[in-house]
Ligand binder design. Sequence first.
Ligand code: GAR
Length: 191
Amino acid sequence: MKTKQIILFASGSGSNVENIIRYFQDKPNVTIAMVLTNKSNAKVLERCNRLNINALYFNKTAFKETDCILDILKCAKPDLIVLAGFLWKVPENIIKAFPNKIINIHPALLPKYGGKGMYGDNVHKAVKMNKDDESGITIHYVNEHYDEGAIIHQAKTKIVSEDKVEDIAAKVHALEYDHFPKVIEQLLLAQ
Ligand code: GAR
């Protein structure tokens, strides 16, 4: 396989970003070209610094009102753009420029618990409140609507009534760490 390039987007802690970086560290056919974040103080920046990965912070203007980020992406020519805990809606100019090349991970079994405001612990709180006996992850293509692109992969975990919100979050994170890098790898292999 020719070397494939991934660009990752994240908004917060970046534990998925770190997991993906580590997964591909020893695989010469996949390179993490860079990590982009919309939070200047996001923990993901510390992780990238420690792991020696290029990282860039951008603001709303650069992302939504200009072609600045689009131009950076076009220059880098990524084989896949991966949203790993990224909370802004991706503008249409970027979606149009990278058809079927942008994927997202959502911490629930879509179409349940998707849409604006449904991210991170908000999702797990809703799962707990509704007394669901399962939750999981959804990896999907990104389109103009929050969490509505075609589903690529889902995985489930059991939830018991004793599980607190942080227990549900931990179960879902464990699924993310296990499945997300492998799904990324499969998508790259299939290109
Ligand atoms: C992950 O659980 C991811 O699924 C979720 O944010 C978390 C980021 O954790 N994404 C969304 O909620 C997107 N709607 P991390 O920063 O530790 O990887």
